[in-house]
Design a protein around this ligand. Structure first.
Ligand code: ZN
Length: 498
């Protein structure tokens, strides 16, 4: 009896090991039938900027409560990946790092100071980074982001600079990067530098600059090297938030699909894709807008999954993040154990659009501003109403009526917003805590809506919360466990180049 148990235990172990290797595609048959360790040929690395597991699960709770009456999550595609890891994010400056140092850790393999792009702590040396290694090994390389292409995260994959603020110099480094495909946002430059200067330098190095939607959709494997720029641009040269997008606007997934079309070749490719505005929406404590950006990332990952389905043994997909932003929580002091995410469905635009509306309103009503003038816009786009609104007895709005406490808070914020900022001293401690660097009225609108839905925010900045990594495909088993963000680089290098 004992012996039978032992034999069956050994057989089970063999079965588990063989399932493991079959599923992860680690062992591949060589041309002569020999068995060898195959390296992935196609590597996707998705980075949700500012996306820890709380941003991911907030999205799953939102989608779940949208389509179910009972408590039920709707899973995003990448949370169903077979391998999950947990990643620490601190840098040489802080436990609450920034995108420059964290993207440097992932794309270059070492810790550096906040704000530094692709340079070690001495601010001089830069051992070969991932993109340089891929290019040396004849892979094609693509870099896609929803924000500007010279923003910190994409920059840390192709540039080296002592400060992320050197945006002009970083943009000029695109031309010598040898990256085959840049796609997504435009360029955020300063001191009067024009995009044309960067485009000219890119064109001198053989790049095509494509801004027309049809031209972008027609890109193919003979189009590179190319920089495909979203025809619609919102704030700071970024692609529009998903919540603000118009029908027909190109989305992050479209730039990923095109990247695959341009990059696919016999030697393989590496594609880094950043959903950069999860971070921006979380900085401004705008949950519904952040949810839209996580969904945009998930849809972009789906393009990679479709590619994986055609090349399952040769493809590795990683989805991770650089850091958490906003100190988001599901649950807050006001709502105890309750959430009401359905209320978020009332939000139709991002805080950026509300800011623009308030700015316009202030110009047109200077000296005669009244909160009652702007409440119809708030009702239409964020669902919040006052006690006096005729819809306050309507079932649809019953949980969106402002309490006296909330109304007073909103009125104070409105009065702050309409103040002439030109002769205003620096912000008080109270103002900094209440509004961060944001328009007081706009940020208070999303705070109230988010709090009513059961969400909480503790910061306008990045936090030290670890992030997740989700992996599927060839080599994915290497990404199990709890490790540091620099290990993502090391694991990829060990898998591909050692
Ligand atoms: Zn940020």
């Amino acid at each position: 009896m004992k012996r039978t148990k032992k034999v069956s235990a050994i057989l089970s172990l063999i079965l588990i090991i063989s399932i493991f290797f079959t599923n992860f595609g680690v062992i591949a048959k060589g041309e002569n039938g020999s068995t060898s360790i195959a390296k992935p040929k196609y590597v996707f690395l998705f980075i949700g900027d500012g996306m820890s597991q709380v941003q991911v699960n907030t999205t799953q709770v939102y989608l779940g409560s949208k389509s179910n009456k009972e408590i039920k999550l709707e899973r995003l595609g990448f949370t169903k990946f077979p391998v999950v890891g947990n990643v620490t994010t601190h840098d040489l400056t802080s436990y609450c790092p920034d995108s420059a140092s964290t993207a440097t850790a992932i794309g270059n393999g070492y810790k550096t100071y906040s704000g530094v792009i692709g340079l070690k702590g001495d601010l001089k040396s830069h051992p070969e980074n991932l993109v340089e290694k891929f290019k040396k090994n004849d892979y094609k390389v693509g870099i896609v982001t929803s924000v500007s292409l010279n923003h910190a995260t994409p920059a840390a994959f192709y540039a080296h600079s002592s400060s992320r603020g050197n945006v002009n110099d970083i943009a000029m480094q695109m031309a010598s990067s040898k990256v085959d495909y840049f796609g997504g946002g435009s360029l955020a430059l300063k001191d009067g530098m024009e995009e044309k200067e960067v485009f000219d330098s890119l064109e001198k190095n053989g790049y095509k600059i494509i801004k027309d939607k049809n031209d972008i959709l027609n890109l193919n494997s003979s189009s590179g090297p190319v920089y495909a720029i979203s025809p619609t641009i919102e704030d700071s040269k970024s692609m529009p938030y998903r919540i603000d997008s118009k029908k027909g606007d190109l989305e992050l997934k479209d730039f990923v699909k095109k990247a695959i079309d341009v990059l696919e070749n016999d030697k393989g490719f590496f594609l880094m894709v950043e959903s950069g505005k999860i971070d921006w929406a979380c900085h401004s404590n705008d949950a519904m807008t952040a949810i839209g950006e996580v969904i945009a990332l998930d849809k972009a990952v789906n393009e990679a999954i479709e590619f994986y389905n055609k090349h399952p043994k040769e493809t590795l997909i990683l989805v991770t993040a650089d850091h958490e932003t906003g100190g988001l929580s599901i649950g807050n002091a006001k709502n105890k154990y309750n959430t009401n995410f359905k209320l978020l469905e009332k939000q139709k635009v991002s805080q950026v659009v509300l800011n623009q509306y308030i700015e316009e309103y202030k110009k047109l009503h200077k000296g005669k501003e009244n909160i009652n003038d702007v409440m119809p816009f708030v009702k239409e786009n964020f669902g919040l109403i006052t006690k006096n609104d005729s819809s306050s007895n309507n079932n649809e709005y019953k949980d969106l009526v402002l309490s006296d406490y909330e109304y007073n808070k909103l009125e104070k914020a409105f009065n702050e917003s309409i103040k002439d900022k030109s002769n205003k001293k620096s912000k008080s401690e109270k103002e900094k805590i209440l509004y961060g660097s944001y328009d007081p009225f706009s940020v208070t609108v999303t705070h109230i809506l988010n709090n009513k839905a059961g969400l909480g925010w503790t910061s306008y900045y990045h936090t030290g919360m670890p992030v997740m990594i989700y992996a599927m495909g060839n080599g994915s088993e290497n990404f199990i466990g709890y490790y540091d963000n620099t290990d993502i680089f090391k694991k990829l290098v060990n898998l591909l180049f050692v």
